[in-house]
Design a protein around this ligand. Structure first.
Ligand code: CDP
Length: 238
């Protein structure tokens, strides 16, 4: 019997001194972005949040054409032309014609429209190109829904985060309200999340070689620690 020195979760062993790509995918409010941000800080990697780009495209078209949300793919791409990814707050954040979009992209209007925008094939191509460009030549933690399958199928480590919908809703509300939400509030948010899960189902794909982490009963520190320790197996010197 031959022994295999490569741990099973390692998709591709990175050559020494070459950049590492860590992909973190999962459904809405599974903690991808905050976990990715924290993992990137711990390892001094760059964090790229692909969802923020879909949100920025939705925010840009909402700013340029108000109304029902019945825009064409060309409308969205035209509005998104002014978006760049800029290093700020320890991450790469989308900027529209020089203006910070952070408060817009987390708002309910953008959350309501973003899944439809994210289904547009040329918008997906635009986001993927922006993400790959931002990742060029440096070690990155990239979070989204199709990072390990479409954007970086050759990522060195792929993680798929899941959590119970009620717990995801509770976390998202705690973050948004800055207090403990009530059960009826959580129930309402759970319904919204489950609806968005179904709208996003086609683009949320777990790669065959991804490590599945259920964070329902984990603290954020614990989930960050798990991912950091997996990366350290890839490159013990980190
Ligand atoms: O933080 P949350 O999970 O609520 O969403 P997000 O990561 O900010 O992504 C916002 C939306 O962008 C999702 O609802 C998806 O429709 C879309 N998205 C996508 O289609 N593919 C990605 N790689 C990332 C986000």
């Amino acid at each position: 019997m031959t022994s295999n020195p490569t741990p099973p979760f390692v998709t591709r062993v990175p050559a020494a001194n070459t950049p590492i790509v860590v992909a973190i995918d999962g459904p809405a409010a599974s903690g991808k972005s905050s976990t990715a941000q924290w993992v990137a800080e711990r390892l001094s990697f760059r964090h790229i949040d692909s969802g923020a780009l879909y949100r920025a495209a939705a925010a840009a078209v909402l700013r340029s054409i108000r109304g029902s949300g019945d825009w064409s793919e060309d409308d969205v791409l035209r509005a998104a032309r002014g978006i760049t990814l800029t290093a700020a707050r320890g991450a790469y954040v989308p900027i529209l014609n020089g203006a910070d979009l952070e408060s817009d992209i987390r708002g309910s209007a953008v959350t309501h429209h973003v899944s439809r925008v994210a289904q547009m094939p040329r918008v997906r191509q635009w986001v993927n190109a922006m993400v790959r460009e931002a990742a060029a030549g440096t070690s990155v933690v990239v979070d989204g829904r199709d990072i390990g399958t479409v954007v970086f199928p050759g990522a060195h480590l792929k993680v798929f985060l899941v959590a119970d919908p009620w717990e995801r809703a509770r976390r998202r509300l705690t973050q948004r309200l800055g207090r403990s939400p009530t059960d009826p509030e959580i129930a309402e948010e759970t319904e919204r999340l489950v609806q968005r899960d179904s709208l996003d189902a086609t683009q949320t794909v777990q790669a065959k070689d991804a490590v599945l982490i259920d964070t329902t009963y984990l603290t954020q520190e614990e989930q960050v620690e798990r991912i950091v320790s997996l990366v350290k197996v890839l490159r013990p010197a980190l």
